[in-house]
Ligand binder design. Sequence first.
Ligand code: ADP
Ligand code: MG
Length: 391
Amino acid sequence: MTALATARDLFADLTGQSPDGIWSAPGRVNLIGEHTDYNEGFVLPFAIQHRTYAAASLRDDDRIRVASTFATEPVEVSLSALDDLFPSEGEPAVPEWSAYVLGVAWALRALHPDAALRGADIAIASDVPVGAGLSSSAAIEGSVSSALNELWGFDLDAVTLAQVGRRAENEAVGAPTGIMDQMASMLGRSDAATFLDCRTLETRSVPTGFTDEHLEVLVIDTQVSHAHSTGGYRERRASCELGAELLGIRSLRDAGVDDLRRAAEVMDEVTYRRVRHIITENQRVLDTVAALTENGPRAIGELLVASHASMRDDFEISVPELDTAVESALAAGAIGARMTGGGFGGAAIALIDHAAVAAVSDAVRQAFTNAGFAAPHIFTVTPSDGPHRDE
Ligand code: ADP
Ligand code: MG
């Protein structure tokens, strides 16, 4: 059964009725630009065909009732109680999955604090893999914000809804994430990636040309997740802040490759390599946009490979499984490949010819077997449209 049909059924189980509508929003994958977001730099993600669906109706009272295939029990609160629940210090007082949904309702409502709003019944189902670095969180936020935006008659634009999703994630769930995921999901366009300047929030839709060139992006989900990823993330952020301070700039966004020599002189070797990753990665994002625009997608392979090497050697956030995924995909003929996401596990992507999907997938699986790693989960993703109403 499709996730759309599952959402419809779950809604019927919850209410005994059909929903007023079903809205969906996509997950996303990051093509290039890793750890640049919190350095006020550049990223180039694209929305994928996997989506989260929110079947929803307004209610006659002020209750919000949410159900998901993730949970056996629905969660119910009144709209007026949301301000007591959020922002939440530490663990939210409601089940974590429901904080994504209720947090969106809370953050949306805060934009129109005086509006007399009716409550809603909402049922969620998704085909976005969770925890594979494909942002199932932005997908759930986007589906719910799109539903309530329309049901409550708010008419907010995609960027505002992205900010609502981020606020829900930061302040209701308590996950300190940037805005890349929500922007990538909300601004998705078929066969295009979203260039995002994380300082100005300026965006540009960049055609990928993957379809015309018969290319596919393979996701190789290692299903490895390392316990020290949170600590590692915090440490990398601190190194970047230290590097900027030693360079006398507000953030590493303000440094370019011309500043690398000076950077090497004013900081220790490890901080220097962290800084070098950010500075060169920002440049690679700009180069990828230029290459896609001027020479097409086959011209970005080397940039993807260089990005991976930089994360492996300079930023040191790769793991053997990710390196194996990248190396075996390249050996089997991938145009480019890199780990994607925050690192310490998660997924790699490989840009390959459509005709090579089976051969590259087999080669990667074989390499994992040879190395004694658990089998990866492998599938293709396609640059896809942002949120819409499905029915
Ligand atoms: P990801 O990389 O997939 O975004 P996150 O940890 O940011 O990983 O978000 C995953 C969390 O989002 C899940 O643990 C769950 O709490 C919530 N979530 C995602 N999809 C759903 C869903 N369909 N129903 C309920 N909760 C969901
Ligand atoms: Mg997420």
